[in-house]
Design a protein around this ligand. Structure first.
Ligand SMILES: [Zn+2]
Length: 408
């Protein structure tokens, strides 16, 4: 990512996102925003600088340990840099929601989070500052919360399908976040830190921690119940999403309650049933690159590529410059989904070969070359980064290439 000019390190585990990386992140955020809106979630923005009060009430001020970035203000009051926002959002909802009529409620944000990792990994895979999408849901009953949980998991499937890389969903333990039900979303990659175990027979998938915990042999715990021993196959993977059905773990201590529709007695208050759902947005960029590259460089899925097309003019003759410009105009005005997705590499001080190599490193899904051959034949040389195919097409034939991009 550093070689491709996507990020630069500021300090250990802290990175500046350069323009190409930021464009990709914005593409991911757009997909997330659309799918969150489709399930009726509203976007908000919570503070990053959090008072310790709520964290002390839930007990996480101490249990989170040294991963929590703690600081003091000038009055020596305790604060932390948010690693997650369960406390903050629960307090917000506790202050504003009183009745079942105000529920269900689904609130999310996309923002910075902080975790003082003991050993930050190079790049965006495990940083000390990172970008996350976090959604919090609030329901009146356990059943309604479970339905919400299923609905959000469906939205997650859509998000990861639209990004376009193979992913797996694994049953997971709830860890420090707590709750009763949890799933992880992983992108498969040999450099992944997590080990995912899958049963080839029934499709059961779990992270290693959980699979080992619920079975006393190395086989599939689901098949084991039917007295069948089926081995589990392991794959390395990078966790990019996590969902938790929380129950009342946060609403109890922070008194997020509501008056039910049919109270058993006058003044009855019930705790709100919650869920929380994260996607590691900056980590996703790193995971995509780790799972989709070759010896030449990145192979971006078109859905999240910083730019979908790079035009490389073969020389600086006026005719080539003019045709490059008209190809750019044609692509951005006539082709579906390309209006802001085309770049011209006109760094004519660099050789053609250098710019070609650089374009392959950066991984544009389509590379278009306007050179002497074009002037002779009127056909543009097009490289598809994904399948390495080369085509020679006229302007009008290019349109068909991008019909699939329309929906992304
Ligand atoms: Zn099985």
């Amino acid at each position: 990512m550093i070689r491709a000019g996507l990020i630069r390190q500021s300090s250990s585990g802290v990175y500046s996102l350069l323009p190409f990386a930021l464009r990709s992140i914005e593409r991911i955020e757009k997909i997330i925003d659309q799918e969150m809106r489709n399930i009726g979630a509203q976007k908000l923005s919570l503070p990053i600088l959090l008072s310790a009060n709520m964290w002390k009430r839930t007990g996480r001020w101490d249990t989170t340990g040294s991963e929590l970035f703690k600081l003091k203000d000038r009055k020596t009051s305790d604060f932390c840099l948010a690693p997650t926002h369960e406390e903050e959002i629960t307090q917000l909802v506790a202050n504003d929601v009183f009745s079942y009529r105000q529920l269900p409620l689904r609130l999310y944000q996309i923002g910075r989070k902080f975790r003082d990792e003991m050993r930050p990994r190079a790049g965006l895979l495990r940083g000390r500052e990172f970008i996350m999408k976090d959604l919090y849901t609030f329901d009146t009953t356990e059943e309604a919360a479970l339905e919400t949980y299923e609905e959000v998991n469906e939205a997650y499937n859509k998000i990861f399908s639209r990004i376009g890389l193979p992913f797996v969903i694994a049953e997971a333990d709830t860890g420090n976040i707590g709750g009763t039900k949890s799933h992880e979303y992983h992108i498969l990659s040999p450099v992944g830190e997590d080990l995912i175990l899958s049963c080839m027979r029934c499709g059961y998938t779990s992270n290693e921690e959980r699979a080992r915990g619920i079975t006393d042999n190395d086989g599939c715990p689901v098949c084991y119940k039917d007295s069948i021993t089926s081995p589990l196959k392991s794959n390395r993977a990078i966790e990019v999403g996590h969902t938790f059905l929380l129950g009342t773990k946060y609403s109890d201590p922070l008194k997020a309650t509501f008056a039910p529709e049919n109270p058993l007695y006058k003044g009855e208050l019930l705790s709100i049933q919650m869920g929380c759902y994260g996607i590691g947005v900056s980590r996703m960029i790193a995971a995509i690159i780790e799972s989709s590259h070759d010896s030449k460089g990145i192979i971006w899925p078109p859905s999240v590529a910083p730019y979908r097309v790079c035009i490389i003019p073969g020389g600086d003759e006026p005719e080539i410059t003019e045709k490059t410009r008209s190809l750019y105009d044609f692509l951005t005005s006539e082709c579906d989904g390309l209006n802001d997705e085309v770049l011209i590499d006109d760094r004519m001080n660099l050789s053609f070969g250098y710019r070609m190599k650089d374009a392959e490193l950066l991984g544009y899904p389509w590379l278009m070359i306007i050179g002497k051959k074009f002037l002779e034949s009127g056909k543009i040389e097009i490289h598809n980064r994904h399948n390495n195919q080369r085509n020679h097409l006229e302007f009008n034939e290019i349109k068909n290439l991008f019909i699939e991009c329309k929906q992304i």
